[in-house]
Design a protein around this ligand. Structure first.
Ligand code: ZN
Ligand code: ZN
Length: 262
């Protein structure tokens, strides 16, 4: 199964206007019989329930704060006695370790979290791909300031794609690459932070629109196309209205805590 622990972009927003779609920043978990695969550690990461019986791997898309700001806030149950692998295709293992070590350290954080908790095993993306060969793991470089790494996972012939954060451009080569990367997917998580009318002022900020997602979804085979990374100001009422205006039944707005078959 796939669990959306956080679907809000840029900054958490807890509000009575966000009760349905949720206010936590990005974190998606795939749970299988053997694995817990976690994509990003926004504030939704605090809800991931780690199990001793599963191999847990965290994939970081990039190091903007909304994708790592929950990393130190998972309570980890007291009987958890295993290491959790942390990897990123965005940066090599030394940089991945260093970015998180510095972020969760003085003066941004009260203690040297990673060394004190000693819970994480940092591993290069290539080593993860080679070590877990019953998972088919791929990555794609996304169009974002400082880059972001998208991921796809194929397990038992089912395919999942995670594509946060990305500024989609219909006219450049990314379109063809993305179509190849995403085709024949069961579930895709798409960055639809903005509406087309909002994108006019946000060129170069590294995000796509809801309308671009709908157009893209029509060019590939996919069962669930989930628009996520909702703008902090997007209320439940507005999202519901947008949902009603979409004729395609495969395109939906990601909602926090929803569980999807995988
Ligand atoms: Zn983001
Ligand atoms: Zn970003």
């Amino acid at each position: 199964m796939i669990i959306n622990h956080g679907v809000r972009g840029s900054v958490p927003n807890s509000s009575q206007k966000n009760m349905i779609f949720g206010g936590n920043t990005p974190c998606v978990e795939i749970k299988t019989n053997q694995y817990q695969l976690i994509f990003d550690c926004g504030t939704g990461f605090s809800k991931v329930d780690f199990s001793n019986n599963l191999q847990s791997i965290i994939f970081i898309s990039h190091f903007h704060h909304d994708h790592i700001q929950g990393f130190a806030f998972n309570g980890f149950s007291s009987d958890l006695n295993k290491k959790i692998i942390v990897t990123s295709a965005h940066s090599n293992v030394e940089k991945t370790h260093k970015f998180l070590l510095n972020y969760y350290n003085i003066p941004y954080f009260p203690v040297d979290y990673i060394n004190i908790i000693n819970r994480f095993e940092f591993m290069s993306f290539e080593d993860v791909v080679n070590k877990f060969d019953d998972l088919q793991i791929n990555t794609i470089n996304l169009n974002h300031p400082g880059d972001s790494s998208g991921y796809s996972i194929i397990k038992d012939k089912k395919k999942f794609c995670y594509l946060l954060d990305n500024e989609y451009k219909e006219i450049d080569t990314q379109k063809e690459q993305l179509i190849r990367f995403c085709d024949n997917s069961d579930t895709i998580i798409w960055d639809g932070m903005y509406l087309d009318k909002e994108l006019i002022d946000k060129k170069g900020w590294g995000h796509s629109s809801v309308e671009q997602g709908i157009a893209f979804s029509n060019q590939i085979l996919v069962n669930n196309f989930l628009i996520s990374h909702h703008a902090p100001w997007r209320t439940d009422t507005e999202i519901k209205k947008l949902q009603q205006s979409i004729s395609s039944n495969k395109v939906r707005f990601a909602a926090e805590n929803e569980v999807i078959d995988f």
